[in-house]
Design a protein around this ligand. Structure first.
Ligand code: K1U
Ligand code: ZN
Length: 169
């Protein structure tokens, strides 16, 4: 297993629209294992392949307290969304240190392949539903700060670029 380097906002590669995974083969098994290791190491609750510069439709999530209930969704599709939404506080491993409110569906149903290539349907609510929507946005090239006002987004962009310049020194 290996830790994968993350892309950080405002890297333009975060805006790439991911393509479907064509086969759940050894390459995907290795990518899933590496993404899980990277997510756990970063103390995240989710990670999309986009964030590790792989532009294929694959996400990993673990919202459990014990960090032992990984959910792997390959080629996920939203098949149902609740009629109600809520403002939820979100963070993003690609925008470290920034947290803000985003309106999300309270519950969603997703169809996907799991890491064995089997079809599955996941009904989610609460943090899992929020995380699925956040990660599926990544696959569409969307970062959560794009829901914020242009003023906030520009401030975040400047802050991130400054931090990245300082880290590069
Ligand atoms: O996709 C990512 O960048 C991972 C992201 C997922 C996420 C967190 C919160 C709401 C929606 C999606 C994170 O894991 S950020 C770090 C984190 O662990 C966290 C932040 C806020 C609330 C709960 C967890
Ligand atoms: Zn994110």
């Amino acid at each position: 297993m290996a830790l994968l380097p993350l892309l950080f906002f405002p890297d333009p590669r975060l805006h790439t629209v991911a393509k479907p995974v064509l086969a759940v083969d050894q390459r995907i098994h290795t990518l899933v294992a590496d993404m899980l290791e990277t997510m756990y190491e970063a103390k995240g609750i989710g990670l999309a392949a986009t964030q590790v510069d792989v532009h294929e439709r694959l996400i990993v999530i673990d919202v459990s307290e014990q960090r032992d209930q990984a959910v792997v969704l390959i080629n996920p599709n939203l098949v149902w969304t609740s009629s109600t939404t809520h403002l939820n506080e979100e963070g993003c491993l690609s925008v470290p240190g920034i947290y803000d409110g985003v309106e999300r569906f309270d519950a969603v149903t997703v169809s996907a392949l799991d890491d064995t290539g089997q079809s599955r349907v996941v009904q989610a609510e609460g943090l899992l539903a929020v995380c699925i929507q956040h990660e599926m946005d990544h696959l569409m090239g969307k970062v959560f700060v794009e829901y914020l006002s242009p003023l906030k987004r520009n401030r975040i962009k400047k802050k991130m670029l400054k931090a990245q310049r300082e880290d590069a020194r």
